[in-house]
Design a protein around this ligand. Structure first.
Ligand SMILES: NC(=O)c1ccc[n+]([C@@H]2O[C@H](COP(=O)([O-])OP(=O)(O)OC[C@H]3O[C@@H](n4cnc5c(N)ncnc54)[C@H](OP(=O)(O)O)[C@@H]3O)[C@@H](O)[C@H]2O)c1
Length: 319
């Protein structure tokens, strides 16, 4: 897979990384979206991602209170991956905390991911007891001390992203990325200016939930009974319900039709569109609970959508 530069940092990533929320192993509220995976399954998913050419992994402190970070690092160690051979992105959880906690909790993040260095440290979401300025200064401190290679934010909208970027710039540092929900069924970052600000400032958009948590794979359209097996939280959050299926029927059927022509899957067409439609600005981090998911993600750029296909997907997803 080709490499892209993460924002204006020196970190190089493949357009598709692996999202590791699914490695939370049931601990904490946000883990309840996903089943508890066996260590062997997570190891095999990481192996499939690496073998398919994916060079980076997204995790977070809040994904099982470090469980996901530890599962990822363990899988990489068992695969004999050397520190520095892959890119690791994690996130600090800001709610009910001040910016001082960024530095205080950093050693715990390093320990959970050991022996792998943290290449990208992100603020998980905008709600914090500290201002944007204080959080940005704390991240700038980690950059100056060479503790992380790059820094980013997540779930920040246009002008808040601009403000974060400004503080880092004044410190001689760059805001590399903003990780936001973005897929063919949620294009709000286009409407609210977030994508435009990212393009203007050279900040990479990391698209999370790029498959709308499985909705875009078409598997629920083909077998609506499968909706019952998805967790309650996921059904609420991702439109995994009869109405959501109805709204996306035409789009998903076109993804499936297009996939057949390219000997691919609907998920691969959705990922291909997402990381190609806006040039180099958008990269994506699909999550996986099965080896096949990671294999499909890794193979999602092995074909080229025609201009007409890109445009039809665009139109159907807007309607
Ligand atoms: N920053 C944030 O606030 C934030 C929020 C959400 C997510 N994230 C990050 O983004 C990553 C991805 O987001 P996400 O997990 O919410 O959504 P996603 O990647 O859109 O959906 C992942 C789910 O889709 C299904 N899937 C994946 N590949 C498939 C394939 N090829 N065929 C059929 N089904 C497939 C699987 O569902 P089943 O398990 O049911 O098979 C998988 O668990 C997370 O792992 C996390 O790292 C960040």
């Amino acid at each position: 897979m080709e490499l892209r530069t993460l924002g204006k940092s020196d970190v190089k990533i493949t357009p598709l990384g692996l999202g590791c929320w699914q490695f939370s192993q049931g601990r904490g509220l946000v883990s309840k979206f996903w089943p508890v995976l066996e260590t062997q399954v997570m190891d095999d998913i990481v192996k499939a991602a690496l073998e398919g050419g994916i060079n980076w992994f997204d995790t977070a402190e809040v994904y099982g209170g470090g469980n996901s970070e530890r599962a990822l690092a363990g899988a990489l160690v068992r695969r004999a991956v050397k520190p520095g051979e892959v890119v690791i992105a994690t996130k600090w959880w800001p709610a009910l905390r001040t910016a001082a906690s960024i530095g205080k909790t950093f050693p715990a993040r390093q320990a959970a991911l050991s022996p792998y260095p943290i290449d990208l440290l992100q603020i998980h979401q905008p709600i914090s007891l500290s201002s944007i300025e204080k959080q940005a200064l704390a991240l700038a401190g980690l950059l100056k001390d060479h503790k992380v290679r790059s820094v980013g934010i997540s779930n920040f909208r246009g002008e808040a992203m601009r403000a974060f970027h400004r503080v880092l710039k004044e410190e001689g540092q760059v805001l590399a990325s903003n990780q936001v929900r973005y897929s063919l069924v949620d294009r709000s970052i286009e409407a609210d200016g977030t994508l435009a600000v990212a393009k203007e400032l050279g900040i990479t958009i990391i698209a999370y939930s790029p498959l709308a948590q499985g909705l875009l794979s078409g598997r629920f359209h083909d077998d609506p009974a499968a909706l019952k097996a998805a967790s309650f939280m996921r059904r609420q959050y991702s439109g995994l319900n009869p109405e959501g299926l109805k709204k996306t029927e035409a789009l998903v059927r076109f993804l499936q039709e297009t996939a057949k022509k390219h000997n691919a899957s609907a998920s691969q067409v959705a990922l291909n569109w997402l990381v190609r439609f806006h040039g180099d600005t958008v990269v994506a981090i699909p999550g996986a609970t099965k080896v096949k998911h990671a294999q499909e993600a890794a193979g999602a750029l092995q074909f080229t959508l025609t201009k007409e296909e890109l445009a039809t997907i665009d139109t159907l997803s807007r309607s």
